[in-house]
Ligand binder design. Structure first.
Ligand code: NDP
Length: 286
């Protein structure tokens, strides 16, 4: 019997599992199998994006699982090329169609670039019409988030940002808390970069609990009330990453992890003009 993952309450009352499964960089032809295995392992939150070009496979896995729709929490994201009011509505319909769903749980602006104001207005309508139970953003630094909130009606329910022990986002989280925005981590395992899985501090804490470094990192996020969506294509790691609810990090352990923060992105710098330019030109089959 799979125990239910603890949930967080979004500002509009919608419940969201605190731990889910991400499918970035899983090739389309492996995604159905991976998602079916993740659902069997007990994941109920799935995180995909139009830009991952694997929504169809996620949809097939959901259909094959036979899990009641209301037990699942499905997130997908709108890519920059489809921003703007009209294009957003069409892109949303295409994502739903690929996922074989008639509503979403969470629809995110994937990036804070291009006409995201137009896109947000369309997303507000989709939320009001009940076609997506919540709307949110991703990769928004505090200044952009504050601006979006100041000039629109619906406050983003979630901001999904790079967050792991090497980039902890404590200030971002403080501001998000003040505005009622749920912090969600992408790259919770830092994609294994900078010797993540061999880090001596994390490894020491892992040994003390008879857990792995991945489990310590995920537990650390959960204890900070941050939603995490680790990705793995390996069944044993999927199970391992979900098994973080039977122990607790002490205050001392949390304090030992705090100095690992580099205060900067390891994976993608959204303030680098070359990267921003590059992103603006990337096209996907959405
Ligand atoms: P993660 O930090 O989740 O790391 C994934 C990597 O860690 C993979 O190489 C995986 O390998 C490996 N791994 C997973 N579990 C373990 C484990 N227990 N022990 C050792 N290695 C492990 O990176 P992601 O970038 O995938 O982030 C997670 C999700 O966040 C994405 O899938 C996506 O849904 C979302 N995301 C969103 C972004 C955005 O812009 N909004 C950007 C990036 C990600 P293997 O598969 O071989 O197990």
């Amino acid at each position: 019997m799979i125990s239910k993952t603890p949930q967080v309450s979004l500002t509009n009352g919608v419940q969201m599992p605190i731990l889910g499964f991400g499918v970035f960089q899983i090739p389309e032809d492996q995604t159905q199998q991976a998602v079916e295995t993740a659902l069997e392992a007990g994941y109920r939150l799935l995180d995909t994006a139009a830009a991952y070009e694997n929504e169809r496979a996620v949809g097939r896995a959901i259909a094959a699982s036979g899990i009641p729709r209301e037990d699942l929490f499905i997130t997908t994201k709108l890519w920059v090329q489809d921003y703007g009011e009209d294009s957003t509505r069409h892109a949303f319909d295409r994502s739903l169609d690929r996922l074989r769903l008639d509503y979403l749980d969470l629809y995110l602006l994937h990036q804070p670039f291009g006409d995201y104001y137009g896109a947000w207005r369309a997303m507000e309508d989709l939320n009001r019409d009940g076609r997506t139970r919540a709307i949110g953003v991703s990769n928004f630094y505090p200044d952009r988030l504050a601006d979006l909130i100041a000039h629109n009606e619906i406050v983003p329910a979630v901001n999904q940002i790079e967050t792991h022990p090497f980039f902890q986002r404590t200030e971002d989280q403080k501001l998000m808390r003040e505005s009622g925005v749920q912090h969600e981590s992408w790259g919770p395992l830092a994609e294994g970069s900078r010797g993540f899985f061999d880090n001596p501090v994390l490894a020491g804490i892992a040994r003390a609990h008879g857990k792995t470094v991945a489990q310590i990192a995920l537990r650390w996020l959960v204890q900070r009330d941050v939603v995490a969506i680790p990705k793995s294509v390996r069944p044993e790691r999927m199970a391992e990453n979900l098994d973080v609810f039977d122990f607790q990090l002490t205050e001392d352990e949390m304090a030992r992890i705090a100095p690992l923060d580099t205060g900067r992105s390891l994976l993608f710098d959204h303030h680098d003009p070359d990267k921003v330019k590059w992103l603006g030109g990337v096209r996907f089959d959405t």
